[in-house]
Design a protein around this ligand. Sequence first.
Ligand SMILES: Nc1ncnc2c1ncn2[C@@H]1O[C@H](COP(=O)(O)OP(=O)(O)OP(=O)(O)O)[C@@H](O)[C@H]1O
Length: 196
Amino acid sequence: MGKIFCLMGKSSSGKDTIYRELFKRQDISLKKIIPYTTRPIREGEEEGREYHFCNEDQVAQFQNANKIVELRAYDTVYGVWKYFTVDDGQVDLADNSYLLIGTLETYVKIRQYYGAAQVVPVYIEVEDGERLLRAIAREKEQKIPKYTEMCRRFLADSEDFSEEKLKDAGVSVRFENEKLENTIDKVAAYIRQQVC
Ligand SMILES: Nc1ncnc2c1ncn2[C@@H]1O[C@H](COP(=O)(O)OP(=O)(O)OP(=O)(O)O)[C@@H](O)[C@H]1O
C-alpha cells in the first residue's frame, strides 16, 4: 500500500526546492497530486501541470458530489481565491505513493480523508534568521519584490506552524534544511523507509 507524503514548512523553508529535487531521485518513486484553484492562471503556468484551474461553479459541483478532500480560501486583493484537493481519481494508493506540498491544515484534512496509516507528514524547518535571509534573497530576484507580503507570511507562519499546532497535529519528525543535498538525502531515506 502506498503513502501520501505531505511536505510542510514555513515560507522559504525550502518546500518547493525539495519537492522538485525529490522527483528527480532514482531511489524513490513518487507521483504528484495536482491541486485545484480558482485563482486565474498565471503566465508560464499550464492547466493540469501546477494546478487545475476552475471556477466557482465547478467548486460547487465537487462540493455537491462530496469530492473535496480539503479546501483553503484566501481573501486576496483580487477577491477570494480557493485552493483545494479533489478526490478525482488521481490517487491510487494500491499501486503508488504521492508527494504534495501543504499547510498543516491540508495535512490534517488529508489524513482524515485517507486515514492516518496512509498519510505521512514531512516537516521542513530552517532557523528563522536564515529563513528570512533566504526569503529576502528570493524576493529580490523578482521583477516586483513584494516585501510587505513576505513579512505578512513570515508573521502568519509563526502562528500557523506554532509548536502547539504542530504537536496537536502529531507532527514530530522534522528535517532541518541547512545543506540542501543533505536534506534531500535525509528526506528520501525517510520516504524509502516509510514505503517498505
Ligand atoms: N538548503 C538551502 N540552502 C540555501 N538556500 C536554500 C536551501 N533550500 C532552499 N533554498 C532557497 O531558499 C529559497 C526558498 O526556498 P523555496 O522557494 O523552495 O521555499 P518554500 O518553502 O517553497 O517557500 P514558499 O512557501 O514561500 O513558497 C529559494 O530561493 C531556494 O533556492
